[in-house]
Ligand binder design. Structure first.
Ligand SMILES: Nc1ncnc2c1ncn2[C@@H]1O[C@H](COP(=O)(O)OP(=O)(O)O)[C@@H](O)[C@H]1O
Ligand SMILES: [Mg+2]
Length: 287
């Protein structure tokens, strides 16, 4: 049915589980490196600050963010930084060269001083994984990044195609780069769809699998789905909430409305409420 858009075989999906352990947002190695300011880190910092790739960001990259990048380089997750791919409200995404195994990677760097950090909190409150979180801005952002990492893992286990998360360090997430022959993958909004029916079936099944694993994306639309080498890939899962979240129902309704309205514009006779009903009838998030 959906060969064309590379629907993942659920046989390859693992059981959900271990990422539900408590998420620690205490001081990280990067904070310690930033405080210590040894000579090598200072050199790294100067190099990054002078490089073209980071020119626009240098005023917002604090030392601890630079230390997080430094740590990722030291640990071998990143060998060299490419240019920015996208600059959004809370984060900038860069391409980078990863280790030998992973090749090109995407590096998503969150700003600690994100203007809409209050909105972020709403997604975290009510999630059993973040119950202990206070109102501290830095902690919220750090938890957010860890949550994105955990959500990506959970999505993979559920059989949903997302970028593979590779490393997280403070406010920086390294993940598989989604591209087409080295060029970044277009979003569903930018890609020309030859077969919207099949694409819809794949997105619908991924939404069901996500919900079945107890997650609701919460910001799903044609802008957070990439078309990479013939596969549809769901991204931007930082705000995804568990089924227990007080607003999860509302988020699911909104996700379904966004997806249905995109595919309506592609000529399909689909409706958000029907999509939602189908997902609810065919998933068991409480199991
Ligand atoms: N893993 C990835 N591989 C390639 N491009 C990516 C990847 N993740 C994000 N991008 C690019 O960066 C953009 C923004 O990423 P996203 O995670 O949606 O962040 P934002 O919160 O800013 O919307 C995407 O639309 C996509 O073009
Ligand atoms: Mg996005």
């Amino acid at each position: 049915m959906s060969e064309e858009y590379g629907l993942l075989d659920p046989e390859n999906a693992e059981e959900p589980g271990d990422e539900w352990e408590e998420i620690d947002v205490s001081d990280t190695e990067a904070d310690r490196i930033a405080r210590k300011r040894d000579r090598e880190f200072s050199q790294f910092r100067e190099r990054v600050k002078d490089s073209d790739q980071f020119k626009v960001e240098q005023s917002v990259f604090d030392d601890a963010t630079l230390a997080a990048l430094y740590k990722l380089v030291q640990d071998g997750y990143v060998q060299a930084f490419g240019g920015p791919i996208s600059s959004g409200k809370e984060a900038t995404v860069y391409s980078a060269l990863g280790d030998e195994e992973n090749g090109e990677v995407a590096v998503k760097i969150y700003r600690i001083n994100a203007s809409n950090f209050r909105d972020m909190r709403e997604y975290l409150v009510g999630d059993p994984r973040f119950e202990e979180l206070g109102g501290d801005k830095k902690r919220v952002v750090l938890a957010w990044v860890r949550k994105e990492f955990a959500n990506l893992k959970r999505a993979i286990k559920a059989g949903v195609r997302v970028p593979e998360p590779l490393a997280v360090q403070r406010n920086v997430l390294v993940m598989e780069f989604m591209g087409n022959d080295g060029r970044r993958a277009p979003t569903l909004a930018d890609a020309r769809l030859e077969n919207p029916e099949t694409a819809y079936e794949v997105v619908k099944e991924y939404m069901r699998r996500l919900f079945d694993s107890g997650l609701v994306h919460g910001d799903l639309s044609e802008y957070n789905i990439l078309v990479s080498n013939g596969e549809l890939c769901i991204i931007d899962v930082g705000q995804a909430v568990t089924y227990h979240h007080p607003n999860s129902g509302e988020f699911l309704t909104r996700d379904c409305a966004n997806i249905a309205s995109f595919f309506q514009r592609e000529g399909l006779d689909v409706h958000g409420d029907e999509l939602e009903n189908w997902i609810r009838e065919n998933a068991d998030p409480e199991k």
